[in-house]
Design a protein around this ligand. Sequence first.
Ligand code: AMP
Length: 192
Amino acid sequence: MRLVLLGAPGSGKGTQAARLKEHLQVPHISTGDLLRAEVAAGSPLGLQAREVMARGDLVSDEILLGMLEDRFSRADTKGGFILDGYPRNLAQADAMDALLTRIGQPMDYAVQLDVPVELLVERIAGRAKAEGRADDSPEAVRKRLQVYENQTAPVIEFYRAHGQLTVVDGVGSLDEVFTRIIEAIAPEKAVG
Ligand code: AMP
């Protein structure tokens, strides 16, 4: 199954993706994690991305597409994947659609985790305490939510227009939201 998780920063994409990976037995591809690994390794790409990420802006579409092409070319994605953090704008959505069509692996589902903005801010603040991410400072969080609203929210309409969108209520416990996602995409794999 090829699945993309959509939702604002703090909507729970990463947490649900980790759970879905176990359940569906497909790799979890997080572009944020891939970028953080490059930054940690101090690679040329990481050095380019570091400042942009720290202030909550988007890293260039070229870098992201290159990273994804690379990741999709690995054998473990042949049986599907869960993508989280990409696409972040319409250009990325178009580029990935073209890439997946070219390699004959079109997306099966786009799941949007719907969470009200007040709760997003609260969740990110909790994560800042727990993980101390460089882009969880109040200014960077404001910027990331603004970038989401302006650039990423239109991606939801892209998938709606392609008939691939499923909206899931992202408010509730990890288990509750997980069950809703499974019921929406793979009821035959639902437990209980
Ligand atoms: P995330 O972990 O998905 O919240 O991503 C953390 C940061 O990595 C974002 O705020 C961006 O700076 C960068 N990033 C992750 N995915 C993308 C993407 N698809 N396009 C551009 N920048 C990205």
